[in-house]
Design a protein around this ligand. Structure first.
Ligand code: FAD
Length: 438
């Protein structure tokens, strides 16, 4: 069997490796249009912040190591430009030689990920960069070193922007956050915005909210408000869009935003084509509603299931919850489940609560904030969001597990959380949400 994989980073490299375990005799060929494979996207901001000092730690495998250890052929700088599902073939363009070939497959697996949205008014600016790939990161690193960068503007207020703000600040840069509204970090519930604004203030991050870039000339950025300022570096993190243009004539079904529609076996609308990762439309485990989640867990789970399915061990995906967390200086912000906007549309009941995550009398204990949405009738937990300094990771994972186990909001009272003063309270914040829910 010949299996072609498109994309060689989180989803592509993982699915190729997992297939090799399941199908020792399959011919596996991976095409990657970029320079690098198997790099840790998630670590890029921490490398730019000098928290990760050794760049080589960001690269988990190479084409040579895949060939030697796994008998998988990875072709870098090879872009799949078209898919013909009727003939079961792909067109591959080799960017090194400019040659174009047609390759046949028995099974095709797509993990093309997403690309950064670029603002037209920043086109041509030589101080503006997205942060998606290791190549982008090397360019930013070189720019910072070469031009003795002191002052950075970070555009956008998603998790990548916040991670870049933290890391550039930790590197010693003077950082400004620019966002077109006041609604920062949509994965976080709106009621926690004042806490996030306090964090930004405490860390001396300047903010330029309800504003946008009008023009950029050299180092001078002029905003739509009329304000203008010089920066040495601009990070553009204003959203992502799926890398699916090459599927235009493939007859594969894409949703209205261009994400590849898949079923619970990650099968696309074509029987021999599977897809995984950031570029797919999938579904929430607990509500069944369709969603897209550009996070690594889903790509890794899908890789395992697709490999098993190709080997005949059919197992359906249960769906995902979009569990996410970010560190922002000494705080952590996490959420799980449907978005807050979706919870409101659903007409969900809401409960929120603040409590010290450890015994209140312990030194350095700080309040944690939790907000939970649940179904008024069934009491099913739909979404939870946390903001705090300690123990946020534990609580979000407890709630994720509770949702997977189909526990109701009232069942949270029964979770016996490990207690000693440095870790929690005899009635943990997770229990308290159960007690407080009306
Ligand atoms: P990618 O890893 O993006 O890989 C897709 C690859 O396909 C790309 O290399 C691309 O060049 C290639 N490709 C696209 N089209 C073609 C084509 N036509 N032909 C050949 N090759 C093609 N997730 C978390 O869960 N936690 C985090 O903390 C986190 N931090 C992140 C930080 C940053 C800066 C970034 C950028 C992402 C982060 N993510 C995080 C998201 C996570 O990296 C993605 O969810 C994951 O990489 C998705 O895997 P993927 O295979 O779908 O896409």
């Amino acid at each position: 069997m010949k299996i072609i994989v498109v994309g060689a980073v989180a989803g592509g490299a993982t699915v190729a490796s997992q297939i090799r375990r399941e199908l020792p005799d399959a011919e596996i060929v991976v095409y990657e249009k970029g320079r690098d494979m198997s790099f840790a996207n998630c670590g890029l901001p921490y490398y730019l912040g000098n928290e990760i000092e050794d760049r080589s730690k960001l690269v988990q495998a190479s084409a040579d190591s895949f060939k030697e250890r796994k008998e998988i052929a990875v072709h870098l700088y090879h872009e799949v430009t078209a898919v013909d599902t009727a003939n079961k073939s792909v067109i591959v363009h080799n960017h090194l030689t400019n040659a174009t070939t047609e390759e046949n497959y028995d099974k095709l697996i797509l993990s093309p990920g997403c690309k950064a949205v670029r603002l037209p008014q920043l086109k041509g600016s030589d101080i503006t960069f997205p942060v998606r790939t290791l190549e982008d990161t090397d360019i930013i690193e070189q720019h910072i070193e070469q031009y003795d960068v002191r002052k950075a503007l970070v555009i956008g207020a998603g998790y990548i922007s916040l991670e870049m703000i933290e890391n550039l600040k930790n590197r010693g840069l003077d950082v400004t956050l620019l966002h077109r509204s006041e609604r920062l970090l949509k994965t976080m519930d709106a009621q926690f915005l004042p806490h996030l604004m306090n964090c930004l203030k405490e860390e001396s991050i300047k903010t330029q909210l309800n504003d946008e870039v009008a023009t950029i000339e050299g180092r001078t950025v002029t905003f739509k408000s009329g304000f203008s300022e010089d920066y040495d570096l601009v990070i553009e993190a204003v959203g992502i869009t799926p890398n699916t243009d090459f599927l235009e004539n493939s007859h594969l079904v894409l949703n209205d935003k261009g994400y590849i529609v898949t079923d619970e076996y990650f099968q696309t609308s074509s029987q021999d084509v599977y897809a995984l990762g950031d570029a797919i439309e999938t579904f929430y485990m607990h509500t069944g509603a369709k969603t897209t989640v550009a996070l690594a867990w889903g790509a890794h789970r899908a890789a395992n299931l697709i490999a098993g399915n190709l080997a005949g061990k059919m197992k359906a995906f249960n769906g995902l919850l979009g569990t996410n967390i970010i560190r922002f200086f000494d705080h952590a912000i996490a959420s799980v489940g449907i978005s807050e906007a979706e919870a409101k549309e659903y007409g969900a009941a809401h409960v929120s609560f603040d409590q010290y995550p450890q015994a209140r009398y312990m030194p350095r204990s700080h309040p944690m904030h939790i907000s939970v949405y649940y179904d008024k009738e069934t009491r099913q937990i739909l979404r939870a969001c946390f903001f705090g300094k300690q123990g946020v990771d534990k609580r979000v994972d407890v709630i994720a597990t509770a949702i997977i186990a189909k526990m109701t909001i009232d069942d949270l009272k029964d979770i016996e959380i490990a207690y000693a003063p440095p870790f929690s309270a005899p009635k943990d914040i997770v229990n308290m949400i159960g007690y407080r829910a009306k």
